[in-house]
Write a protein that binds this ligand. Structure first.
Ligand code: NCD
Length: 323
């Protein structure tokens, strides 16, 4: 794999390969010594132009557990705030010998620009670009759904026959976009649930059903309900009357939680607005996979870095290194 820019252009075999390598990585994380020598001598740069807590830390942990050197670069306090362009920043990283660049950027398409510009030779991983895509988030979500469903028997399996409801601020969500492409690629059925104002205009071209009523979506007994954060920082207008009204109609409260069938899980990519899109009862219930998603994120990002930076090696190397 040369870059990981989106899920829309992944094929099924590539997606399953990342998830299966992530299984190998996860197995190594329960040992006493969690560090693998695999990426010794490689340099991974975390280039974050937008705020992030868990994604940046997750990539850092993943790179370090593979023994790569990690350079964290956040736009705040850097020359970017003095107006340095993406090109100059990229060329600086190239001169420093970056082997992989993990980029989060407010502009949709920035990772693609970086990967195809010729400014750098490093592999590029998209850690979230504007409202476009967030592929490692969708991969860790798919990994989490698969793990809850199949446990130790997950390898090689897709999500055929599963039904996932994605609820909330679809309009501004790169997590929703990446998940719609990946989940359907893996055979799942996706229902989007949102107020009409938070549904993207081009949604009819997406492989998903849209409903406006959360109770109707819950009555359809989804295997997973993925709650999205209301992205107030991307809203320059009023998309719903009040927060109270939003949480009454589209929030996952105790009553809706109780209406979910046994075995269905509650997901959230974080950060959560507790009391808005998700109640504390739902976030902290045994159905909630929020912390599993965070833990699985490290394994999935280890897999992505491994496939990008050690990809020319044979398939059995991951397993050998894991021994
Ligand atoms: C998501 C993001 O940044 O797109 N968060 C994350 O990566 N954990 C979702 C969000 O910010 O709501």
């Amino acid at each position: 794999m040369r870059h990981l820019l989106d899920t829309a252009s992944l094929d099924r075999a590539e997606a399953l390969r990342i998830l299966d390598v992530a299984e190998d990585m996860r197995d190594t994380q329960s040992r006493e010594v969690r560090k693998l020598p695999t990426l010794r001598g490689k340099t991974v740069v975390n280039l974050f132009f937008e705020d992030s807590t868990r994604t940046r830390i997750s990539f850092e942990a993943a790179a370090k557990r593979l023994s790569a050197d990690v350079i964290n670069f956040s736009a705040k306090g850097s020359s970017v705030s003095k107006g340095e362009s993406l090109q100059d920043t990229a060329q600086t990283l190239q001169a420093m010998g970056a082997d992989a660049v993990v980029i989060r950027h407010g502009a949709s398409g920035a990772p693609h620009t970086l990967a195809t510009s010729g400014w750098i030779t490093a592999g590029v991983i998209n850690a979230g670009d504007g409202t476009h895509e967030h592929p490692t988030q969708a991969l860790l979500d798919a990994f989490t759904i698969r793990k809850r469903a199949f446990g130790d028997d997950s390898r090689g399996r897709d999500l055929a026959g599963m039904h996932v409801a994605i609820v909330g601020d679809i309009l501004h969500s790169r997590v929703a976009r990446s998940n719609v492409w990946l989940l359907t690629l893996l055979g799942a059925r996706v229902t989007l649930v949102a107020p009409p104002t938070l549904v993207p205009q081009d949604v009819s071209a997406w492989p998903a059903r849209v409903v406006y009523d959360l109770d109707e979506a819950i009555a359809a007994a989804p295997d997973a309900v993925m709650m999205l954060r209301i992205q107030l920082e991307r809203m320059n207008a009023a998309y719903f009357p009040t927060e109270r009204e939003y949480s009454r109609r589209w929030g996952l409260d105790a009553e809706r939680l109780a209406a979910l069938p046994d075995g269905s899980i509650v997901m959230h990519p974080g950060p959560m607005n507790r009391g808005l899109e998700i109640s504390a009862d739902a976030a902290d219930s045994p159905r909630s996979t929020v912390l599993e998603q965070v833990a699985n994120g490290v394994s999935v990002r280890m897999a992505a870095l491994y496939l990008l930076l050690a990809g020319e090696r044979t398939d059995t190397n991951a397993e050998e290194d894991a021994r």
